[in-house]
Each structure stands twice: as C-alpha cells, then as structure tokens.
Design a protein around this ligand. Structure first.
Ligand code: ATP
Ligand code: MG
Length: 576
C-alpha cells in the first residue's frame, strides 16, 4: 500500500487543483512532470515560469520531474545550449529525476510508426510540401485525401523502412497519420509524423535521417517516461487532439510486444497515459522573449552575448545579479492561469528588490566622486569603524570600515546653490556622514570654476558615544575613505528597451530600433575594501545607490567590477 501524498502546497491554481484531485481519486499515486526545452538557444525568463511550475509541482507533491531535451530538429540544435540549460535549471534551484533526450527514443518512435502502419493508421505519402499545402484545405474548406492514402500496409512498411535507411532525398516522402482530412482542426488533417532530413544530430550523429515531427515525438516521449501531467503553453491547445491521438493509438501500455522490445533496450519506467494541460505563457513588457530575436541580438553584436546583463536570458539575469529566489518569487506572484496577460517589468524588478532587501549585505561605494577633507583632523588620522552589514538583520554581523581625513562623497550630495528642499551638503551647511558624525562645509576649493574639493570640520560632540551624537540633522550621506578606497568599474545597467512593446511592428520598425541608448553606462567609482574583497557573484546593496553584484567573470579583489542589478526605487513608474 502506498501512503497518500500530503500536499504541502497552498497554491490554488487550476493545475495544482487537477493534481490534487488526481492524487485524491487515486488516478495517480505519484505525479510526474517534465520540463522539455528545445536546445536551440538559451533559456529566458519565460522558461523560468515553466521550470518553476513543473519542478515546483514535483517539490510540493513529492513527485518526479524529468529534464528532457526536445531535440527532434537537428539543424538548429547545439550541445552548447544543452549544457547551458542544465546549468540554468540547477541555478534556479532544481534538480531533475532523470535527464532525457527525445532523441533517446528515435527507435521507439520508429517502431511506433510501424505499429500505426500495421494498424492502418499511417501511410507513406509522396506529395511535396507544396502539394501537401494544396491538399490541406483551409479553415473554412475541408482538405482532400492524398492520392497515396490507400497504399497497402505492405508497401507502406517497405517504404517506411527505406526512408529510414536513407534511400530517399530530403522532402520526397513523409509518414502521415491517417485521421480526417475534413476535420475542423487542421492539426488532424493527416498530419506528418516523420520527415526525411539528411542532417547529423547533436546526440545521435549520422544514425538517423528520418526525424519525427514535434507533436508526435512529444506525446510519445511523455508516454514513455510515465509523465502524468504534461504542461505546456496555450498555443498547443489545438494540438491536444493530436497529442491524445498519438498516445491512444500507439498505446505503449497495451502493446506488450512493443513494450517488451523497448524495455529490453533500456527504455524508461512504466508507460502511462499522460494528460496535456495548457497554461498561459509569460509575456513581459520592455523586453523581447523569442529565442530567435535574442539570437539575432547576440549575432549582430547589439548585446555582448547571451549572458549580457541586460538580456532576459537566465544567464543574463543571473549575471546582472538577480538571485534565483527572486525569479521563484516572481513565478509565484504571477501565478498560473489560462488568461493571457502582459506583466509589467516593474513586477519583476519589485521581486528582485524584495529579495535583495532581505538577502543582500550593505556596503559603501561612491560612483561620481567629490573629495571631502575634514580639516580639523590630524593629517595622519585613521580609525576603523564597525558598521552593521544589514540594518534590519543582526545575523549579518558587522564589518570594519576604515575612516581617515580625506573622503569621497557623491558629487550629487553637494550643491553650491541649493535647490529648494535639498537637505544634503551646501556651503556652510551641515550634514551627517554615515557612521561618523556631523560635518560643516567651511570652504569649497575650485579649479577653473568646477569644485574639486570640499573642506569641512567634524563636530567632535556629534561622534558616536558623545552627548551630541543624536543631534537632529536633516541629511545623511555616505562616503568612502579616499586612502583606503579601491577603484572599481561600475556598470550601470538599465532596461534594454525604452518602449513597453518593442515587438510592435510600427512603420517598418523592428525591436532593434527600440533599444534603450542608456541601457548601460560604465563608471569608474570607489568602493570600500570590504566590497572589493567580495567573491564574484555576490549581491550587495551599495547604500543609497542600489543593488549590485560583483561580476561573475570579471570581478577581482584588486580590480573590482560591479553590475547594477536594480535601482532602489522604480524610476520607470508613470508620473501621476
Ligand atoms: P521561444 O518561443 O522563446 O523559442 P519555445 O517555446 O520555443 O520558446 P522551448 O524550448 O520549446 O521554447 O520551451 C520549453 C518549455 O518552456 C515549453 O514547455 C514552453 O511551453 C515553455 N515556455 C517557453 N516560453 C515560455 C513563456 N514565455 N512562458 C511560459 N512558458 C514558456
Ligand atoms: Mg518551441
């Protein structure tokens, strides 16, 4: 007896509802899902939705989840993508039960094709692609039967076998399902199940020149792996009848001969009748998400690569400094439904801020520096201050921050002629230097009209532990000790596109024309030693500046490089 699964998920979307019912009714003892990427590009944030759904179900319902490469289209696929996809899934925090390739099953698909022929449900068709289109009919008109539809089983078996051995050139023949040329669903008008393609495959090499069509391969792969719930995006809704047709008519479980043949050859677990369920895909504004467009941007050098921190790829998002937990939070927040919608980019950024606010230690950096000299301290004055690493979480501990007579502050934190409501440093005004005390600006040093240095005096009574330490003052600014600071390259990233809908086809313009010219600016700034010393790929908040991450590839302790992940506040919000 198997113990009933106690569902730990509080999520209430319709897919989880179906899963709960299927477990409660005993239809399935254990759920099994799969994430099935085609290895023809890098994963993007849309895939993260599907990954979090499939692997999330596995986790919540104690189920199994396969990672399956849907590699039935040899021409566009590449092992580089296979490796990157595995890395991305793991980075998101998931581990698969079994790693599979649709190409592992090419023989099974072939045998399934033969079975359909023997059952009179498939035939070899000699029509060219163009003729097939002519015969197919339209949405309003039925199609016509192929003249090859009534071939004998014997002839079909012979031709199908010769298609496999490579006798015929590309495009000369297909194996088609025999369903209904008058069906209202065009996917059921005798769809092709196999095509001839003399192309080497990234997994099977030159072994095959006969490749299955996506719908057929997908359905049979699910059945072979014992997938219980096959989750896909809404555009496959119209393909579901063909999915079911394929599963039902090949019918692995009730085909002992075929099944034992496959099991002897190491094919997976008990076959099942999987159920396809569609959900709406993720669409986000200010970005493009098709792999083809992302590839074009890489190829044309519009971005620095697949992992350019502005790219919506998981590699880009990661390099930018977004933690995997923020993507999971995002997936939870947008939820699962059948409703197509466009998610505002700020929802994603909000999830990053929320995650990093809790998870990122604080550090000090100055990006646009201005020298501030505390003239009432001795030339060689040096101190080590203790700063909390997180204002709301003591478990982050403290760190040593060196302080000396000369500091860098942000140029923006001083105004010679103060604007209304400006509460930071002004000539003869006071400001609090974070963790030090209150300084007064007594002199501005200029060189040909521009300010190069501020001379200030520090009120000794305002220092930590002194009676005036709590004296009220409006502004507090941050700083780094000039003598101890490390020069850092700071890459200030912003959204890649400057319009909400870069995909819109407007007066012949394409997404390329909507790239945000300010999507990256590289600044040279100063960071405190404890920031330079961070390991690559560490997320931090530079106080008052935003969330940053030490670059995965380029950051060095003696030559630090930081990427801005996101600003502290949403600067894109519509005014009003
Ligand atoms: P693209 O259109 O970007 O090339 P794709 O759908 O062709 O993407 P696949 O590798 O076939 O990419 O997708 C693997 C899985 O991820 C599929 O189950 C697919 O439905 C899902 N997926 C892809 N894009 C999204 C998205 N934007 N939202 C949710 N799921 C998605
Ligand atoms: Mg696809």
């Amino acid at each position: 007896m198997s113990t009933p699964v106690v569902a730990t998920s509080g999520k209430q979307d319709f897919i989880r509802q179906i899963v709960r019912e299927d477990l409660a009714s005993g239809k399935h003892v254990r759920v099994k899902t799969r994430f099935p990427p085609e290895p023809n590009g890098y994963l993007h944030i849309g895939h993260a939705k599907s990954i979090c759904l499939n692997f999330g179900l596995g986790r919540e319902f104690d189920g199994l989840v396969n990672l399956r490469f849907d590699d039935t289209n040899p021409a566009k696929e590449d092992p580089e993508y296979v490796e990157a996809i595995k890395e991305d899934v793991r980075w998101l925090g998931f581990e698969w039960s079994e790693l599979r390739h649709a190409s592992d099953y090419f023989l099974a698909f072939y045998l399934a094709g033969e079975k359909l022929i023997r059952d009179g449900l498939a035939f070899v068709c000699d029509l060219s692609a163009e003729q097939v289109r002519e015969y197919r009919g339209t949405l309003t008109e039925p199609g016509r039967n192929s003249p090859f539809r009534e071939r004998s089983i014997k002839e079909n078996l012979d031709l199908f076998q010769r298609m496999r051995t490579g006798e015929f050139p590309d495009g000369t023949r297909t194996l088609r399902a025999k369903i209904d040329m008058a069906s209202g669903n065009i996917n059921l008008r005798d769809p092709a199940l196999f095509r001839i393609k003399h192309v080497e495959h990234q997994n099977t090499g030159a072994e095959w020149c006969l490749y299955p069509m996506y719908d057929f391969a997908h359905a049979l792969s699910d059945a072979l792996e014992g997938i219980t719930h096959s989750l896909c995006t809404l555009e496959f809704e119209d393909h579901r009848p063909l999915y079911d047709w394929s599963v039902d008519n090949v019918d692995f479980p009730n085909h002992p001969e075929l099944w034992s043949y496959l099991s002897e050859r190491g094919f997976p677990t008990a076959p099942a009748k999987p159920r396809q369920i569609e959900f709406s895909r993720l669409n986000i504004n200010y970005t493009v998400m098709s792999k083809r467009k992302l590839l074009t941007m890489v190829d044309e050098g519009l971005v620095s690569g697949w992992d350019d921190p502005r790219m919506p790829t998981l590699q880009g998002i990661r390099r930018r400094g977004c933690p995997a937990q923020a993507l999971q939070l995002f997936a939870d927040r947008i939820g699962i439904s059948k409703q197509n919608s466009l998610i505002d980019f700020s929802v994603f950024e909000g999830c990053i801020r929320e995650t990093l606010d809790a998870a990122a230690p604080r550090r000090l950096a100055v990006i646009e520096p201005l020298k501030l000299v505390i003239t009432n301290l001795p030339q060689d004055h040096e101190e080590v201050l203790s700063f909390p690493n997180h204002p709301k979480d003591e478990s982050f501990g403290t760190r040593a921050v060196p302080f000396a007579r000369e500091l860098w502050i942000e140029r923006d934190d001083f105004m010679e002629i103060p604007a209304k409501g400006f509460h930071r440093l002004v000539p003869n005004g006071e400001v609090r230097l974070r963790g030090i005390g209150i300084v007064r600006c007594v002199e501005t040093v200029k060189s040909s009209d521009s300010i190069v240095e501020l001379h200030c005096t520090l009120d000794p009574e305002s220092r930590h532990g002194m009676p005036g330490a709590d004296r009220k003052i409006k502004g507090t600014i941050h700083w780094v000790s000039a003598k101890h600071a490390v020069t850092a390259e700071i890459r200030l990233y912003d959204r890649l596109f400057s319009v909400p809908d870069p995909d819109k086809d407007d007066a012949g313009k394409s997404y390329r024309d909507y790239l945000n010219p300010d999507s990256v600016r590289v600044a040279s700034g100063f960071v405190e030693p404890a920031a330079a010393a961070l390991a690559p790929e560490t997320s931090i908040q530079f106080e008052r500046l935003g969330y940053f991450s030490s670059d995965r590839h380029d950051h060095r302790a003696n030559a630090p490089v930081f990427n801005r992940t996101v600003t502290l506040r949403d600067s894109w919000a519509k005014p009003g």
